[in-house]
Design a protein around this ligand. Sequence first.
Ligand code: 5GP
Length: 181
Amino acid sequence: MSAASSKEETVDINSKEVLISSDEIKKRVEELGRQISADYQGRELHLVGVLNGAFIFLADLARQLSIPCQICFLQASSYKDKKVSSGEVTLMHNLDLSRKEVLVVEDIVDTGLTLKYILEDLQQQNPESLEICALLSKNIPDKAPVPVKYVGFEIEDRFVVGYGLDFAEKYREVPHIACLD
Ligand code: 5GP
């Protein structure tokens, strides 16, 4: 698919279909927080947020945990200003996760290529454990086989924005998940 047309760039986000409301997100993030807190009880949890898209999800999730955690970020990009993955993943970080209990926090799993790449990269640091929590996971055929332990919502194959997810750096501040297509 091509880059945004000028029409898409000036779209009124309030006229777009709401796929997941802010209330639904809030409830699900609370549930995930409870589940993760129980699973990591007595362990030193390290949340690794994938920038930029996961910044709001991670901030809300961290505040739903009833256990202490440490928070850091890595930057991954594969979409640039397009609605389909370029297939090339660029990673930037300066993390030391050796022998740490790591939970990667991602906004959305589409093809799974980004997370596959991230897992391969972080595994080289020999963490004690390495799991993934994604707010959204798209139901698509031919997904890369990445084990996502915690999934907020399974969604159909639509291009979504809001709650941290962007299109050409817009709409991250929208409090719900909206369909842009
Ligand atoms: P994957 O490598 O799984 O195909 O893509 C993962 C990354 O692509 C996500 O972290 C996210 O940044 C971006 N992405 C995938 N699908 C969507 C989508 O529907 N909307 C937005 N805004 N980003 C997406």
